[in-house]
Design a protein. Structure first.
Length: 214
């Protein structure tokens, strides 16, 4: 799809706003960081790809109107919210309890990249606030002159690419920290507890957070 469908001035503003939002710490960043440290660069990048897949799913949902269902149906919103909160808490508790979560592993000893991809996608897809965010955010950059669906897909794709680039950088940086952590078991244990607690915190925040309105 040609980027000319979106005005250049609009595109510049969109990229700036998207970048500022993407670099804000969230459960996706924490999970990619966890995988990059514990299982290495490739697994961290796989988790980043999973998050990117989730973004594309939310973009498609916004285009076809499924996100409206989450905004207008309290039952649908609650079901997705509870599922997402439970999954985040599950991953957080699993990280805290698993002493090998940040063990520096070689080869096949760490988390399999496909599992990291699956978890990364699940964390993003099961967050209804992300769905509502896309429903509210993307239309602000559509000119309304036609081809609305195409414009939304282009903007969502650009957002996904920026996310992938950023999280890939996080995975590479986390992989670089592996050597330092391998020499400090106490620091490793502290980071394991911190990241696990942060994931649980995000889950609880999602659980008790107020429903977003468009």
């Amino acid at each position: 799809m040609p980027l000319s469908i979106v005005e250049l001035s609009t595109l510049v503003v969109f990229i700036g706003a998207s970048t500022a939002l993407i670099v804000s710490p969230g459960p996706d960043t924490v999970y990619v960081l966890t995988q990059g440290i514990g299982s290495g660069r490739d697994t961290g990048i796989a988790a980043a790809c999973g998050t990117t897949t989730g973004i594309l799913v939310h973009t498609a949902a916004a285009v076809v109107g499924l996100s409206v269902l989450l905004r207008t149906s309290a039952v649908a919103f609650s079901l997705v919210k509870y599922a997402g909160a439970f999954y985040l808490c599950y991953l957080g508790i699993k990280t805290i309890r698993n002493r090998a979560a940040f063990a520096i592993s070689d080869g096949d000893a760490g988390q399999h990249p496909m599992m990291a991809y699956r978890d990364g996608a699940t964390i993003n897809i099961l967050n209804p606030q992300v769905a509502l965010f896309f429903l509210a955010f993307l239309p602000q950059f559509v000119d309304g002159g036609g081809q609305t669906s195409v414009q939304l897909f282009v903007l969502g794709g650009i957002y996904a690419v920026i996310t992938l680039l950023y999280l890939t950088g996080v995975a590479i940086a986390a992989n670089g920290a592996r050597q330092i952590l391998s020499e400090s078991p106490r620091l490793t244990a502290g980071i394991r507890w911190l990241t696990g607690s942060v994931l649980v915190g995000f889950g609880l925040q999602l659980l008790i957070g107020e429903q977003l309105t468009g």
